[in-house]
Design a protein around this ligand. Structure first.
Ligand code: PXG
Length: 299
């Protein structure tokens, strides 16, 4: 495996950054989790746009123009010979001193890119669905560093996921300060009731998922249903016909048990299954991604 760090490629064991990097010392940085399907990087422009917005929000100057970052991503995937991949892109504040002052990070931001094979939920989970719990951990408020910034501070999400694991569940829902559902530790959430599809609005405190946006487009184009963005309590999930989660790793996947309540028929529902199919068809189509290899480009 070859890992990109600031313009150079390193073997896995040699891919290291400084202990004085503020990404390590303070979680001061941002990241993106991106997927490649069949030699094309899925919605790369969306990920790069979110990265640039996150950087701007935390006063971080990206070390390269976005177009150059795109080139570095393509090169990393190419060099590792991957067609289906999970790509982790991280931008840290860079090397500073032991204080909080970002002006001390004089050398500027560090960018590293890892491209690896993806670890997916086993296929059976797409039929039988996930077990989910509500975490005791609250979503960060909008007056804090907004959850819309994909920052390196993922402790709340990690601890929420640990609560899920301890409860024998795969995902955890985070409620926000007003008790409304925001999102899961690594996925956005939707529910279906009487033919209508709902998801929390950005004002609930969510990461605006690339997958979430694609699924909203697919609901409109393929199902003829416009997703309604509104705040709702977790009780609406308990009474839903179907609940599903979206994320780069999970794609579209049903949640069939939430806090011990069985949702719908207790397995992936018809609409969720239809969406899983539409999503996979789209993800593997030429229009969904930026080609990595010349042979694909020529097609
Ligand atoms: N909310 C949160 C908090 C996320 O971290 C999503 C929603 C979905 O966004 P995308 O753009 O992926 O549709 C995410 C992203 C993992 C893992 O290992 C998951 C994410 C990020 C990093 C790792 O499960 N999900």
């Amino acid at each position: 495996m070859k890992i990109y760090i600031d313009g150079k490629f390193y073997d896995k064991d040699d891919a290291k950054i400084s202990v004085f990097d503020h990404g390590v010392l303070y979680g001061d940085g941002i990241f993106e989790g991106i997927r490649a399907y069949n030699g094309r990087i899925f919605r790369l422009d969306d990920h790069l746009k979110r990265l640039a917005e996150s950087a701007n929000a935390i006063l971080l100057k990206l070390p390269l123009p976005v177009k150059e970052i795109e080139k570095a991503i393509l090169e990393t995937v190419q060099l590792n010979g991957l067609r289906d991949a999970y790509i982790r892109l991280v931008v840290t504040r860079g090397v500073g001193d032991l204080g909080l002052d970002m002006r001390k990070c004089k050398a500027g931001a560090t960018l590293f890119i890892i491209a690896d094979r993806i670890e997916l939920y086993p296929e059976e989970f797409y039929e039988k669905g996930l077990t989910v719990i509500t975490s005791t951990i609250r979503q960060k408020g909008l007056d804090q560093v907004t959850p819309g910034v994909k920052s390196l501070n993922y402790l709340a999400n990690i601890l929420a996921r640990a609560e899920a694991t301890a409860a024998g569940a795969q995902e955890a829902i985070l409620l926000n300060a007003t008790g409304h559902v925001s999102e899961c530790s690594g996925d956005n959430i939707f529910y279906i009731k009487d033919g209508k599809i709902f998801t929390p609005p950005t004002s609930a405190g969510i990461l605006v998922g690339v997958t979430r946006n694609v699924v909203m487009e697919l609901c409109e184009k393929k199902l003829g249903v416009k997703v309604i963005e509104r705040n709702f309590p977790r009780y609406d999930l308990y009474g839903a016909d179907e609940v599903f989660l979206t994320g780069t790793g999970a794609e579209v996947i049903a949640a069939v048990k939430i806090d011990g309540r069985i949702i719908g028929k207790g397995a992936a529902g018809a609409t969720t299954k239809t969406l899983i199919k539409h999503f996979r068809d789209y993800a593997n189509s030429a229009e969904a991604g930026t080609p990595v290899y010349e042979a694909v480009k020529a097609k």
